[in-house]
Design a protein around this ligand. Structure first.
Ligand SMILES: [Zn+2]
Length: 764
């Protein structure tokens, strides 16, 4: 606890400023963190004087602690106050103080908070709780044990926290007066104004609650919620509440908390109901957090309907049936059923529909696929194994989105999906393969089983599937499948793809003192357990030569990782390399495609060039091949009749293109003939110039030229604009100059300098 009240150091405060998001809306003072970052050199002295004063006096001037509430509509056409989401806009200096305090609080959180609480604490994940409750539900179903789950709904949890109770909890945790007065200065003060049509109302003084958007609030809230957990633990200890135990002397699960998302789990008896009601009422009286029983839900497993409905009447809540959603993930659902995945597919479809009518380039769609669309299923994929049917459906949605532009030719997948999913340096677009992502994310559970310290989810798994020397002996698959949950089953076979075990010997022991490693049964030297080594005696001496015992503990490590520590990303790359069939393209083309990305051109242009080098653009020849153009005579190039329009022609030996390229070769001062093929021209650009800035700058010019040729071609077809080579040449020079400037390339060269000495400019 000592560290939390020492004076603030310059380093500490600057660190907080640097890692803060500068793009948030400013509060009443009109400044956000972008200002603090930008002006840090000038204002750091004043900021530190302010921080020092706060440390000594634990006071904030009223001007700094007052804040705005903006109402953001949740729906398109809001009618009632409930249709708005209130967002607090806090002053920048207040935020700075709160962030510095929060950072200090984080350091001690883990030691303060019980294992039943998983929110906002390093090393504890949201999915952990969902796993625990799912394993319990599956176990009670199979063991035919009666079980009830009560899902508690707190009314406006943040807004109703009692200040005196918060202060009491801080004291009980052993925070000294100094720290508590700092928290009081931040939380127990301030007045808010509501922004109505952009104008603040009169100030309203507040007397309870935590501020939405206050960096301190989530952590203080957890300390408040711990009071409820403590009451539950006491009730279990005194025998007033009976939780669920998977084996005698195993862990007793009575409740799970994620911030204010709370589940009570227990045996089915009248006593449990009384205790539930009493504890929630007590907690309301002391903390101010009121339970909305009407919105709370009761679930029963192996419980008679009569008992359940009278229990619900007693608690004044509703009875509902499994499965239900907890923390955004299903509980009690079978992950192998399509219906379990419907919410994911629905959200994906909804997002896709919202972009359907907007023009987004292919490059933009790649970004959307990887960031937004992939993020939605990943939440599910980090816990459940995705059935093949779901994977196929998601891929179909992704493909449709990737190739569905606004053009009438939208339904064609121009490039094989497998190649789309390859990494950039292997000729692909780098779209994530969700099936491989799924394996990587699930393998992380195995890693966590081996390497992380004790936590509730591990206790539950150990109680259910038996312990080994390292807690859970998942390495041996001796359990009958009808005794284990679908989740455990899936985890056991997670490395299995196409009938081949891809992750055999993925994990291995790094020997410290040897205490936790079995000489014969563990893999700790070589690639298999010693009991499986043949001709052992001969080899043993040689094998053991490099091993030296030390005083450190034995540790688990894994292959294909960053320094032996597990990483989802590293495993994904490794698996993608072995699971996806090798590319059928020419190796040199793959190298070229890798270079396409090494440029300062915008991503939409790069993806276009990628499609061009693969010869998969909607050129007339390709459209004819796919049956979109039916008339053979329409395949002709619009820039020089008599030739068929394909990538090689349009961007290479077409009169227009070759004249244009010649101008660029002259501009760069390159001797020799211009190659006829666009790929050869690309190679000329990438091979003459070396590496780094110069390469990126030159390749950007290549990208602008092909991009411009495509625009010229479309302008002839759709707008009947006849191009003039010299004009296009000048336009490209200007455009490339702008791109380089945007990426801060070419120093601050002027357009004149760029026109005259392009190579010198790139090198600046
Ligand atoms: Zn032509």
């Amino acid at each position: 606890m000592e560290g939390v009240t020492t004076p603030f150091s310059m380093e500490e405060v600057r660190g907080v400023v640097e890692e803060s998001d500068g793009n948030k809306s400013p509060g009443p003072d009109g400044f956000n963190f972008a200002f603090l970052k930008g002006a840090w050199e000038v204002i750091s002295g004043d900021v530190m004087a302010f921080m020092h004063e706060f440390h000594v006096n634990a006071r904030l001037p009223k001007a700094l602690s007052s804040y705005f509430i903006a109402l953001i509509p949740k729906s398109f056409n809001p009618q009632a106050l409930g249709d708005f989401r209130p967002i607090s806009l806090l002053g920048s200096m207040y935020k700075l103080v709160a962030k510095v305090l929060t950072k200090r609080l984080c350091l001690v959180m883990d030691s303060l908070v019980s294992k039943n609480q998983s929110a906002f604490i390093k090393g504890r994940l949201l999915v952990d709780d969902v796993l625990v409750i799912n394993e319990i539900v599956d176990w009670v179903k199979k063991a035919k044990v009666k079980c009830e789950i009560f899902k508690v709904d707190f009314e406006k949890a943040y807004d109703s926290v009692s200040w005196s109770y918060l202060d009491y909890m801080l004291r009980r945790y052993g925070f000294d007066e100094k720290w508590r007065s700092s928290v009081r200065a931040c939380v127990f003060a301030g007045s808010l104004s509501v922004l109505v049509n952009g104008c603040p109302t009169e100030q309203i003084d507040i007397c309870k609650g935590l501020k939405q958007g206050d960096p301190l609030a989530p952590f203080l809230f957890i300390l408040v919620a711990e009071g409820l957990g403590a009451l539950m633990n006491k009730a279990v200890e005194l025998g007033f509440y009976k939780g669920i135990q998977l084996r005698s002397c195993g862990v007793n699960i009575s409740h799970l908390q994620y911030a204010d998302d709370t589940l009570f789990v227990g045996e089915v008896c009248v006593e449990n109901l009384w205790t539930t009601k009493a504890i929630l009422r007590w907690f309301e009286l002391i903390s101010g957090l009121k339970v909305n029983f009407f919105k709370s839900k009761l679930f029963g497993i192996n419980v008679e309907d009569d008992f359940l409905s009278s229990a619900a009447a007693f608690l004044k809540c509703n009875v509902e049936r499994l499965p239900f959603i907890y923390l955004g993930l299903p509980v009690g659902a079978n992950p192998r059923r399509m219906a379990t995945w419907n919410p994911v597919l629905e959200v994906l479809q909804k997002r896709l529909a919202s972009w359907k009518n907007k023009y987004v380039s292919l490059g933009g769609r790649v970004v959307l696929l990887n960031s937004v669309l992939a993020a939605i299923p990943i939440f599910y994929l980090s816990l459940f194994k995705m059935p093949v049917g779901v994977w196929k459906k998601i891929v179909r949605l992704q493909r449709k989105f990737l190739w569905g532009g606004v053009a009438s030719t939208s339904k064609i997948s121009w490039v094989n999906w497998r190649d789309v999913c390859r990494p950039n340096n292997e000729g692909g677009l780098g779209v994530k393969d969700l099936r491989i992502m799924n394996i990587s994310l699930l393998t992380k559970w195995k890693w966590r089983l081996l390497s992380e310290g004790n936590s509730i989810w591990k206790f539950v798994l150990r109680d259910r599937y038996g312990g080994g020397e390292s807690g859970v002996s998942w390495m041996s698959r001796s359990l009958p499948t009808n005794k284990v949950s679908p989740w455990w089953n899936d985890l056991m076979v997670v490395g299995l793809v196409g009938g081949v075990e891809r992750l055999q010997h993925f994990f291995f022991k790094k020997i410290g003192n040897g205490d936790e490693t079995s000489f014969w049964h563990d893999v700790w030297v070589g690639t298999q357990p010693l009991k499986e080594e043949e001709e052992l005696c001969d080899m043993l001496l040689n094998i053991l030569l490099p091993i030296q015992l030390s005083h450190t503990k034995d540790e688990w490590r894994c292959q294909h990782s960053n320094g032996g520590l597990f990483s989802v990303r590293a495993l994904y790359c490794y698996l993608a390399g072995i699971i996806v069939p090798p590319i059928v393209l020419d190796l040199e083309l793959v190298t070229d495609l890798g270079f396409v990305w090494k440029s300062f051109a915008p991503s939409k242009v790069i993806v276009f060039s990628w499609q061009l080098l693969l010869r998969r653009l909607p050129t007339k020849k390709n459209l004819f091949k796919r049956g979109i153009l039916s008339d053979d005579s329409k395949k002709i190039c619009v820039l020089c009749p008599m030739n068929i329009e394909c990538e090689g022609h349009l961007f290479g030996w077409c009169d227009f293109a070759s004249t244009l390229w010649r101008k660029f070769f002259i501009w760069f001062g390159w001797d020799g003939a211009v190659p006829r093929d666009p790929l050869e021209i690309f190679q000329k650009f990438r091979k003459t110039t070396g590496i780094g800035k110069r390469l990126k700058g030159l390749l950007a010019v290549w990208h602008v030229v092909v991009w411009a040729i495509w625009k010229v071609r479309n302008n002839v077809i759709f707008n009947s604009i006849v191009p003039v080579v010299e004009d296009v040449f000048q336009r490209i020079i200007t455009l490339s100059w702008k791109w380089l400037r945007e990426k801060k390339m070419g120093g601050s060269c002027s357009l004149y300098e760029w026109k005259t000495y392009p190579l010198d400019c790139i090198l600046r």
